[in-house]
Design a protein around this ligand. Structure first.
Ligand code: ATP
Length: 196
């Protein structure tokens, strides 16, 4: 809690529907910070460090080739930790800046969407944790439907995360996104009403 602003973490398994729930929350007028978006904003200032660590992930245009970098770090936990160590302090500083601005504007509630809040232990920094759930078959099906990953790559990304149950165990609130969008929307409306 900061200056009257309650901030909840928003997470879930890959492809479980975090971004979808984030969109439904923002449609209710509640701000959601997206850690991926913050990461994109800080990647340029972090470019020199990323290039030193993984020169093969820098494209001919001198920019980070995101898919290549993702492939490297998803294949190796040590590389993932290394990337986290470069990015995390920058992302956190930017997030704090944005949350301070929301508090200054008088917002009572905001969310912070990130995929690895439980894995990193950062879920403890928030006033609560919303975990979005979907059955593993649904996760895989939705990841494949996006069309940019093979079945093996999609499964590897699911397997690289903590099992959903471990996230559910530390959640303060759950949103079941295994069914259709209307069912999810109803839960999100209830959740936001209860937190406001
Ligand atoms: P990632 O971990 O990759 O960031 P995510 O958890 O944010 O994924 P989304 O991007 O919200 O998940 O959803 C994954 C895909 O499934 C998207 O294409 C989305 O449109 C679709 N989807 C999400 N929720 C539902 C739903 N209830 N019914 C049908 N399709 C859905």
């Amino acid at each position: 809690m900061r200056d009257g602003l309650k901030v909840l973490g928003l997470t879930g398994g890959i492809g479980s529907g975090k971004s979808t729930v984030a969109r439904l929350i923002s449609e209710l007028g509640v701000p959601v910070l997206d850690a991926d978006q913050l990461a994109r904003e800080v990647v340029e200032p972090a470019l020199a460090e990323v290039a030193a660590a993984w020169p093969q992930a820098i494209g001919p245009d001198g920019k980070v080739h995101r898919k290549r970098l993702a492939d490297i770090v998803f294949a190796d936990p040590a590389q993932r930790l290394r990337l986290e160590a470069i990015m995390h302090p920058r992302i956190q500083a930017l997030a704090n800046e944005r949350l301070d601005a929301l508090a200054a504007k008088g917002h009572p509630l905001a969310f912070y969407e990130a995929s690895l809040l439980v894995e990193s232990g950062r879920y403890k920094d928030f006033d609560g944790l919303v975990v979005v759930t979907a059955a593993p078959e649904t996760q895989l099906e939705r990841l494949l439907a996006r069309g940019d990953l093979s079945q093996g790559e999609a499964q590897a990304r699911i397997d690289a995360q903590l099992p959903l149950l471990a996230k559910v165990r530390v959640a303060t609130h759950l949103v079941d996104n295994d069914a259709d969008l209307d069912a999810t929307k109803t839960q999100v409306e209830r959740l936001v009403a209860s937190l406001r």
